[in-house]
Design a protein around this ligand. Sequence first.
Ligand code: ADP
Ligand code: MG
Length: 484
Amino acid sequence: MQWETVIGLEVHVQLATRSKIFSGASTAFGAEPNTQACAVDLGLPGVLPVLNEQAVAMAVQFGLAVHAEIPEVSVFDRKNYFYPDLPKGYQTSQMYHPIVGAGEVEITLDDDTTKRIRIHHAHLEEDAGKSLHEDFHGMTGIDLNRAGTPLLEIVSEPDMRNAKEAAAYLKAIHSIVTYLGISDGNMAEGSMRCDVNVSVRPKGQEAFGTRAEIKNVNSFRFVERAIAFEVERQIELIEDGGSVVQETRLYDPERDETRSMRTKEEANDYRYFPCPDLLPVVLDEAYLEHLRSQLPELPADKRARFQDALGLSAYDASVLSASREMAEFFEEVHRVCGDAKQAANWVQGELSGALNRENLSTQNSPVSAQQLGEVVRRVLDGTINGKAAKQVFQALWNGQGESADAIIDAKGLKQVTDTGAIEAMIDQVIAESPAQVAQYRDSEPDKRGKMIGYFVGQVMKASRGTANPQQVNDLLKTKLDALL
Ligand code: ADP
Ligand code: MG
């Protein structure tokens, strides 16, 4: 039997507001426990929530970015349940009238093909506090700093068909929210986490199978691994004559498996009802137009422009547009050097290599885009060769100079293109290498091309890497052939 996987994601994005969604308490990460929860976040008697306008603007910007309909009216509901990290006894969320309606995002797959994933809706809600199980013997600690932090929950249609598509979708969402600047997207700190809904069905069958929901997966890799495990579990279960039950499961990265948390029968009845403390949110066309006019160029548009207007390959365009910082860095390098392909090569090659080695991002790169652009410009105008350019880059990286030109001067890396000077070096190398010259003379004509490498190496060494490699090659060939 051939099986097909069906996946739908509910992504929780922590919005980058400075204060909470219904109070003025700070949302900054890493504060001492329980120092950033005020009376509103704690649900003390006599307080009233006030909606943070910035959270509304951010949610709407997301909606506009995924071409969603934005309903004129949205409403906050209370989702009632009892849990120690929820001091109010209910979570303020949006059940029936979310702020963002149906939309879609385009994902790019490994083979550079694209696919559209529909978004069912996105709604605003508040986060709960955190239960801390470590450091407390026989007790659970409660930190309410996170209570009331604004979240945007983005619910996809079940449009993904394998783990790669799900990871690509999550990356697309990550890229959109960070381009918009509405979230820092830091998955390690929990700024983005997702619930993964997975089911399988016989290939060709139209009806969906019963799904399991894997809660709170917090990395791209874990999303793929959790799906892989879950798909295998469900197929095995069905093939052994059993059936999948609708339930909530937990992914354990250490054991690389999912485990049951609660089944549908144990599911809560949340008794949703409209929050009487909050007015419906009404958005008019002028407000939407204002937000629309402030949207930055989005990842999909950037990728298309890098390909169509700058002539980059689909692969380069996709890598360079994946994060806004990377894209802007590349664009600055391109602006300074004037050659998109070379700029792309340097950013993805030398720069990314160095950044990865030291676990840095373009934001804290020791070599600025302006500096890298100047290095590339000096290669393009023939001032230095490619080898010297790498030395200049390294020197800039190590802080040994302010600009490419300063380092080229200080280190004497200017490319030697003076034919006379190169010829003099060649003559000397030939004079000092009688054995190799004899070998060159005695070898078959089609082997000589390879042998010339030895002489090129010697001449480049004599020039301390500054000779123009093409000229060295051409002149050497002429001179050696003259000795035949
Ligand atoms: P609920 O209201 O119980 O949370 P929804 O219908 O809103 O359920 O779906 C929640 C998520 O589960 C959505 O992202 C949706 O795409 C996904 N989903 C729904 N049915 C399936 C299924 N059979 N297989 C995989 N994912 C599914
Ligand atoms: Mg749900």
